[in-house]
Design a protein around this ligand. Structure first.
Ligand SMILES: C[S@@+](CC[C@H](N)C(=O)[O-])C[C@H]1O[C@@H](n2cnc3c(N)ncnc32)[C@H](O)[C@@H]1O
Length: 230
C-alpha cells in the first residue's frame, strides 16, 4: 500500500493512487499479444511514474532480445521501435520526470546486458531524447501542456510518431493528440453511417485506420543521430 500512495494531499488533489504490480500484469495479460508486438503503440494518459509503460517496455524488450539479441545493429533498431512506441502524459512534473527516468534506466539496464558493456553512446542519446519527447507533462483531459502550477497552457499536446523506414533510418511525424482522438471518435461514428472518413484524413497502414494529417514531418534520420539532431 505504501508504494501506491505518496501523500494524502496528492490523493485528494490529483487522484494519485498507483496501480500495484499484480493488477498491472493482470490488465496487460488481457492484451498480451499487443505487449509483445514490438511496434504496437501504447499511451498511458495519467501515467504517474509509468507502472504500465515500464511493464510494457519490459515485455517488448524481452521479445527484442529473444529475436535480435545476437546482432547489436538489429537489437538497436528494434529496441528503438519498442521504446519509441510508448507514450505518457501526467499533470505533475515530478511524476512525468520520474517516468522518464525510470524508462531510461530500465532501457539502459537491458541494453547493457545485451551489448555486454559495448553500449553505443549516440544511440543512448537518441533513446533519452525520444523518451523525453514521448512522456509529457500535460492535462490528459484538455489535451494541453501544463505549467508549473498544473494550469493549462495554450500549447496542445503534440506527440511524434516514430516509424522505422530503411535500415537504421526513422521517419518522424508530429500529431496533435486532440486531433488524433477526435479523428478516432468521428471515424467510429462515420463508419457507422456513411462508411467513409473525412477527406483530410489519411489511411495509415501501420495502425490500419484513418488518422488526421500530421502537423509536421521530418526528413529520415538515423537512430544514431536523433539525439544529436534534437
Ligand atoms: C491514479 S494515478 C495512476 C498512475 C499510473 N497510471 C498507475 O496506474 O500507477 C493518477 C495519475 O494521474 C495524474 N493525473 C490526474 N489528473 C490528470 C490529468 N487531468 N491529466 C494527466 N494526468 C493526471 C496524477 O498526477 C497521477 O499521477
Amino acid at each position: 500500500m505504501d508504494k501506491q500512495i505518496k501523500s494524502r494531499e496528492r490523493v485528494v488533489d490529483h487522484g494519485e493512487v498507483f496501480t500495484n504490480e499484480r493488477e498491472v500484469n493482470a490488465m496487460l495479460d488481457m492484451v498480451e499479444g499487443e505487449c509483445e508486438r514490438i511496434d504496437s503503440r501504447f499511451l498511458e494518459p495519467a501515467c504517474g511514474d509509468g507502472n504500465f509503460l515500464a511493464e510494457v517496455l519490459r515485455r517488448k524488450l524481452e521479445v527484442v532480445k529473444r529475436r535480435y539479441g545476437s546482432s547489436s545493429i538489429d537489437y538497436e533498431r528494434h529496441a528503438f521501435v519498442a521504446v519509441s512506441s510508448l507514450y505518457g502524459v501526467d499533470l505533475l512534473s515530478d511524476n512525468a520526470a520520474a517516468c522518464r527516468k525510470r524508462l531510461f534506466e530500465q532501457f539502459i539496464g537491458e541494453y547493457a546486458k545485451v551489448a555486454k558493456g559495448r553500449v553505443n553512446a549516440a544511440f543512448l542519446d537518441t533513446i533519452r531524447t525520444v523518451i523525453d519527447m514521448n512522456i509529457l507533462c500535460g492535462n490528459a483531459l484538455s489535451m494541453r501542456l501544463v505549467d508549473e502550477s498544473q494550469e493549462d497552457t495554450d500549447e496542445p499536446i503534440i506527440f511524434s510518431e516514430w516509424s522505422l523506414a530503411m535500415g537504421d533510418r526513422v521517419k518522424r511525424r508530429d500529431f496533435r493528440l486532440d486531433e488524433l482522438l477526435e479523428g478516432q471518435r468521428q471515424q467510429m461514428s462515420l463508419f457507422g453511417s456513411s462508411g467513409s472518413p473525412a477527406s483530410e484524413w489519411e489511411y495509415d497502414e501501420s495502425v490500419k485506420a484513418y488518422i488526421p494529417l500530421p502537423i509536421r514531418e521530418y526528413p529520415l534520420t538515423s537512430i544514431y543521430q536523433i539525439g544529436a539532431a534534437a
